[in-house]
Design a protein around this ligand. Structure first.
Ligand SMILES: Nc1ncnc2c1ncn2[C@@H]1O[C@H](COP(=O)(O)OP(=O)(O)OP(=O)(O)O)[C@@H](O)[C@H]1O
Ligand SMILES: C[C@@](O)(CCO)CC(=O)[O-]
Ligand SMILES: [Mg+2]
Length: 329
C-alpha cells in the first residue's frame, strides 16, 4: 500500500491563455490531495473518494469506466469523477507494463473541488505516483507531470495546458509555455489570500467558451494575447520582487479574464472586496465560473473584508508549497 500526495495551486497569472500557447505562472499551495493505492488480486478498480460529493461514495467496477458501478449518484457526475482516476490508473498500468493490475484507491483532499485550485491535477498526479510505486516503479516528477497532463487533456476534451499538472508535480512557482515547463527560483514571499464562494465551475465548458469567443472575434484573440503580455511583464516584476506592481498586473489579468466571460458575480464581488480591504491586487484563479479568487495582501485587510462579503463562504491564507508530489509515510 502506498500513499502519495500532491499540492493544489493558484494562478498568479495566465490561466486560459496558457491553453493557446501563452505563458502562465501557477504557484503550488499548501493544500493537498492524498491518494492511497493498494494492489488487488483481481483486475478491478475500487475507488473511495470521500470528498467527491457531500456524502461521499464508493464505487466498484471492472477495469474501464464501462463497468456497472454500484452507486447511487448521477451518471454524468460519476463519469466525470471517475474519468480522472481511471485515466491515472491507466497511466500507472502503462508505465509499469501491467495492463491488468487492479487497485483499491482512496482519495482524501483538502482542495475544494472545481474551484480553481487545481484539485483535478493534484488528484491525478498523486494517483499516478501512488499506483506506479505500488507496482514497483518509480517515475520522476517530470514524467508524472507528463502522464498527468495526458489525463487532463483527455478529460477536458483535448483542451488542456500542462500548467496545473506540472505545477502540482514539481511544487513551487512554475512557468509553463506550451511544452516548455520550468520552475521559477528566487521569488519573493507571496502573501496569498484566497476567497471561496463555495461553488465551482466546469473547466471543460469554460475552456470551450473561451475557445469559441477567440475563434469568433479578433478582439477576443487579442485579449488572450494581452494576457500573455501581462504574464511576460509579471515575470520581470516577480524577479524584481515588486509586490505592488504584481498586484496591479493581477487586477489587469482579472479584467481580461472577465472580458473573456469566465468570471461571475460572486468572483467579481470577492475581487472587489479584497481590493477595497487593502489587497495589492486580486483575480479569479483557474478556470473561473465560480470557486476561488486569489488576492495579494501582506496585511490582514483583505482577509477581514472577505469574511464580511456576501457570497464568500470561506477565506484562508495560502503559503507557497515548495514540495511537489511526494510519498507520505
Ligand atoms: N477529492 C477528490 N476525490 C475525487 N475526485 C476529485 C477530488 N477532487 C477533484 N476531483 C476530480 O476533479 C474534478 C474537478 O476538476 P476541475 O478541473 O473541474 O476543477 P479544479 O481542478 O478543482 O479547478 P481548476 O482546474 O479550475 O484549477 C472533480 O469533478 C473530480 O472529478
Ligand atoms: C483554464 C485552465 O487554463 C486552467 C484550469 O486550472 C485550463 C488549463 O490550463 O488546462
Ligand atoms: Mg482542474
Amino acid at each position: 500500500m502506498v500513499t502519495a500526495s500532491a499540492p493544489g495551486k493558484v494562478y498568479l497569472f495566465g490561466e486560459h491563455a496558457v491553453v493557446y500557447g501563452e505563458p502562465a505562472v501557477p504557484c503550488a499551495i499548501e493544500r493537498r490531495a492524498r491518494v492511497t493505492a493498494e494492489r488487488r488480486d483481481d483486475d478491478k478498480l475500487r475507488v473511495n473518494a470521500t470528498d467527491l460529493t457531500l456524502d461521499g461514495f464508493t464505487v466498484e467496477y471492472d477495469g474501464d469506466a464501462a463497468g456497472t458501478p454500484d452507486v447511487d449518484v448521477a451518471e454524468p457526475l460519476l463519469e466525470e469523477g471517475m474519468g480522472y482516476i481511471n485515466g491515472a490508473i491507466e497511466q500507472a498500468r502503462d508505465a509499469a507494463d501491467t495492463p491488468d493490475a487492479g487497485f483499491d484507491v482512496t482519495i482524501e483532499s483538502s482542495i475544494p473541488l472545481g474551484a480553481g485550485l487545481g484539485s483535478s491535477a493534484a488528484v491525478v498526479t498523486a494517483a499516478i505516483d501512488a499506483a506506479t510505486r505500488e507496482l514497483g516503479v518509480e517515475l520522476d516528477a517530470a514524467e508524472i507531470a507528463d502522464r498527468a497532463y495526458r489525463v487532463e487533456y483527455e478529460v477536458q476534451d483535448g483542451q488542456a495546458s500542462r500548467a496545473d499538472t506540472f505545477c502540482s508535480a514539481m511544487g513551487g512557482a512554475v512557468r509553463v509555455e506550451g511544452e516548455d515547463c520550468r520552475r521559477i527560483s528566487n521569488i519573493p514571499n507571496l502573501p496569498f489570500v484566497i476567497g471561496y464562494d463555495g461553488g465551482s465551475g466546469d473547466t471543460g465548458a469554460l475552456v470551450a467558451g473561451v475557445r469559441q469567443r477567440r475563434e469568433e472575434y479578433n478582439f477576443a484573440a487579442d485579449t488572450v494575447s494581452a494576457i500573455g503580455d501581462i504574464v511576460r511583464e509579471g515575470e520581470q516584476t516577480l524577479h524584481d520582487g515588486d509586490l505592488e506592481e504584481l498586484g496591479e498586473l493581477m487586477d489587469f489579468n482579472h479584467g481580461l479574464l472577465s472580458a473573456l466571460g469566465v468570471s461571475s458575480r460572486s468572483l467579481d464581488s470577492m475581487v472587489w472586496a479584497a481590493r477595497e480591504g487593502g489587497a495589492l491586487g486580486a483575480k479569479l484563479t483557474g478556470a473561473g465560473g465560480g470557486g476561488c479568487i486569489v488576492a495579494l495582501d501582506p496585511g490582514d485587510g483583505a482577509e477581514t473584508a472577505l469574511r464580511y462579503t456576501r457570497g464568500c463562504e470561506s477565506v484562508f491564507r495560502a503559503e507557497l508549497d515548495t514540495d511537489g508530489v511526494r510519498v507520505e509515510a
